[in-house]
Design a protein around this ligand. Structure first.
Ligand code: MIG
Length: 790
């Protein structure tokens, strides 16, 4: 790995003064407005400030010339709005105010502070502020408030709150170890969210694609630094954590709705090596009655690791295989790496060389790196024509019936000392040539973007699915992210919760970890617990490495198999609720899997929870993350919660100890919630026969509300009105009377359910239920649970 000593931020951010070589931005010499851009010429560089909305401001400092606000390697999707700015200048200060955000600039030296709509300071430069280093480094030092907690930062190991850590953004293939301090990993999302004691939140996106470092270790100040480029950052005024995520995701984009099959259970292995093995796998799932939507083909399917090929010996008839699996409701997702084997007799390589599609040095020489296919060339995804070419190559797969692709090794990972491409490769970058040093962190995202767009062009209206290992901010628009090569350790089961929570806070709703663990050997108990957790995480795939013991659901005997089956089925039952959350994410950017702090930002206990999460607002998941444990402590936030398994009502705002025998995932529904659950099915390819609205009526007499969303789950017709939506409102008018109103508000799609029920939990005896004014007759009652036909 490249050594980061050369850019050690301590040179600047440490306690030892400015370090001599450092150039502070210094005093403001001139101040002018150029349309909507405010320009400040300073002793140590040029600064531009631009508001994108009333609550989003961009600050750009260029130590060597005019700040550039146009550059955008496919990351930003928000056009600056026409924001009205009130500017005021005094001898020592300049103030820019929009009503939602005020930027106050002290002139000598230039130091910036930010205030929210209520005039409260939410972020500020420190004693030292912006500056630049002798080798082109840029950095900014900011004050850290006593109660500041830092979340986000994309895919990072360790716990949720990153205060006290130093984090680097440099996409890296890390096979081992994934320890709490292992950093960087595969993904760079230089975005963070600050949450203070009173629950107020603000955010910052450091828009710089060079290697960057966030130093959050100091007690009173923190800093962010990049190895080159501009100091370019966006500030989000919040004031709630949800507002910050909405603001950040309006800037970098939101995830389109995934195809429904991407939310089913996925089975992978490095590798299912032959057609016969794949068929046998699928037959075993069927025989054992375990639902399945996707089988992955890892690198062995290819002819000598040549992407866009099948090995004829191992997979003699991929078309037939894919067709037969499809008839069972199962899809095949092949792996596609960026490395293209340097073989003149191989079309992808020869065509690529002839048309200048691969990464090159300044003098025109191709960059070659060793990966699976040995000597390989790497497509230059920074160029539009290359992205299009690469996307089109996927017709090889789509013509065989494939609708999803798995991108791996796209950091890019290269088998050499630096682990990646030479930093002095010069990318074409859509006409603005730039070194790999500058664009390394976006390489993987650009590959997955090209893949998504290509598949979208080729699939004739069907939704593509792309899974990627490497990514930069904005990846959510194109791909799901999994957390790479974890291990079959309990610690890694525990670790994937805060990792995915922070990914979700960083704009990536569709994420997950290899269930069961990738490397090392899994075991029955670990697989059972991990499957319980995975079943309620956004992306649900069991994957393991070639040297490890098998970890398909039946690998550890009947007891484990039964638990795994039960939770895979649970996943399918919960799909309507999960899908509704994906729809919400596509509009708002809010994650599916949420840390408690997102819903309870001013609850001190909630802020500290790493090993529980909420699904949306109404469901609380508390996985068991230790072997042998059959009870666990659960923090229930304010309100009341109902145990999903027993219907026991538990008062919130306290810690409870709950039973968690091996077959039980502690799971709670917020009292007052409505949760739609489907009947079981073997894959998402078949419609669920029944949809049940589970109502957990408020004991305080408050109405329950839910918006049920459905569409075809396969095409983009949802964007043109192909949507079903109904609003449900259930009001406990008296202790014995419940009035349910269901109003269809969008009917551009007709859901395929045969049967609909309303299931009322903890229903008092003698309860009368009225649907839109007419009384419903009780269909059945078990204990306190009353079921009505709708
Ligand atoms: O280990 O393609 O993270 O999921 O199975 C090196 C083989 C390459 C790394 C991925 C892993 C995948 C494996 N790949």
């Amino acid at each position: 790995m490249d050594n980061s000593l050369a850019i050690h931020p301590d040179q600047y951010a440490g306690s030892g003064g400015t370090g001599g070589h450092w150039t502070d931005i210094g005093e403001v010499r001139t101040y002018r407005r150029e349309g909507r851009i405010i320009r400040l010429s300073c002793a140590g560089g040029e600064v531009a400030i631009r508001f994108y909305t009333e609550k989003i401001a961009r600050v750009v400092m260029n130590p060597a010339g005019e700040p550039e606000l146009g550059w955008n390697p496919h990351v930003l999707v928000l056009e600056p709005e026409d924001v009205q700015i009130k500017a005021a200048e005094s001898e020592h200060e300049i103030e820019l105010a929009t009503g939602g955000l005020t930027v106050r600039i002290r002139k000598s030296p230039l130091r910036i502070s930010f205030y929210d709509a209520e005039g409260r300071e939410f972020a500020a430069d420190g004693e030292r502020g912006m500056g630049s280093g002798p080798r082109g480094e840029v950095a900014c030092i900011r004050r850290t408030g006593d109660s500041d907690r830092f979340y986000g930062f994309g895919e990072k190991a360790g716990f949720l709150n990153k205060r006290g850590e130093k984090l680097t953004m440099w996409n890296t293939d890390v096979y081992a170890p994934h320890n709490p301090e292992t950093d960087p990993l595969y993904v760079s999302i230089p975005f963070y969210l600050t949450v203070r004691d009173d629950g107020r939140a603000s955010g910052l996106f450091f828009f710089n694609t060079f290697r960057t470092t966030f130093d959050l270790r100091g007690g009173t100040e923190h800093s962010f630094l990049a190895e080159g480029g501009q100091l370019d950052y966006f500030v989000f005024a919040g004031p709630t954590p949800k507002d910050v995520i909405a603001q950040y995701s309006s800037l970098t984009g939101r995830a389109p709705l995934p195809p429904r099959w991407a939310l089913g259970y996925h089975q992978s292995r490095y590798s299912y090596e032959t057609e016969a093995e794949v068929r046998e796998l699928v037959a075993t799932f069927k025989e054992k009655g375990i639902p399945l939507d996707v089988v992955y083909l890892d690198i062995h399917y290819m002819d000598g690791y040549r992407v866009f090929t099948f090995d004829k010996g191992r997979f003699p008839n991929p078309r037939k295989l894919i067709e037969d699996l499809r008839a069972e409701g199962i899809r095949v997702v092949p792996i596609v790496d960026p490395g293209v084997k340097a073989d003149p007799a191989y079309r992808v390589f020869s065509e690529g060389v002839r048309h200048g599609r691969f990464c090159r040095y300044l003098d025109g020489q191709l960059f070659y790196g060793q990966v699976w296919p040995e000597r390989s060339a790497f497509p230059d995804f920074t160029d539009a024509s290359v992205r299009e070419w690469w996307g089109d190559l996927h017709s090889f797969y789509t013509e065989l019936g494939i609708e999803g692709v798995w991108n791996d090794m796209n950091e890019p990972s290269v088998f050499n000392e630096s682990k990646t491409m030479d930093l002095d490769v010069v990318h074409q970058n859509d006409g603005r040539p730039a070194t790999h040093r500058e664009l390394h962190n976006v390489y993987g995202s650009l590959m997955s973007g090209a893949t998504y767009e290509g598949l979208k062009r080729l699939l004739g209206g069907k939704r593509p699915f792309v899974l990627t290992r490497s990514a930069y901010a904005g990846i959510q628009r194109h791909a799901a992210v999994w957390t790479g090569d974890n291990r079959s350790f309990w610690e890694h089961l525990e670790l994937c919760v805060p990792m995915c929570l922070n990914l979700g806070l960083s704009g990536v709703p569709l994420c997950g970890a290899d269930v069961g663990g990738f490397a090392h050997d899994s075991n029955g108990e670990l697989l059972a617990r991990w499957t319980q957790l995975g079943a309620l995480m956004p992306y649900f795939r069991n994957h393991s490495e070639l040297k490890s013991i098998r970890q398909e659901p039946w690998s550890f005997g009947a007891g484990t198999e039964e638990i795994v089956r039960r939770y895979v089925k649970l996943r399918y039952r919960w799909l309507p609720y999960l899908y509704g959350l994906f729809e919400e994410a596509s509009r708002t950017g809010l994650p599916i899997m949420r840390p408690l702090l997102l819903e309870y930002p001013d609850d001190h206990h909630a802020l500290a929870v790493n090993d529980q999460f909420l699904l949306g607002t109404d469901v609380l998941v508390a996985p068991v993350v230790r072997p042998g444990q059959t009870k666990r402590m659960v923090y229930l936030p304010a309100g009341a919660w109902v145990d999903y398994w027993t219907d026991e009502r538990l008062e919130g705002g306290r810690h409870v100890i709950v039973d968690a025998p091996l077959d039980k995932l502690p799971l709670f529904v917020r009292e007052g919630a409505i949760v739609p659950l489907a009947s079981e099915r073997m894959s998402t390819e078949t419609e669920a026969e029944e949809l049940a609205l589970h109502l957990y009526p408020s004991t305080a007499g408050l109405p329950s509300e839910y918006a049920l969303y459905e569409d075809d789950g396969r095409t983009f017709s949802y964007a043109e009105g192909g949507v079903y939506e109904e609003r449900i409102r259930a009001t406990p008018s008296s202790p014995n009377r419940l009035d349910v109103d269901i109003r269809v508000v969008r009917d551009g799609y007709v859901p395929g359910w045969q049967r609909r029920t309303l299931v009322i939990h903890r229903a008092p005896a003698g309860l009368q239920v009225f649907l839109n004014g007419s009384e419903l007759t009780l269909e059945s009652r078990t204990g306190g649970t009353a079921t009505y036909r709708l």
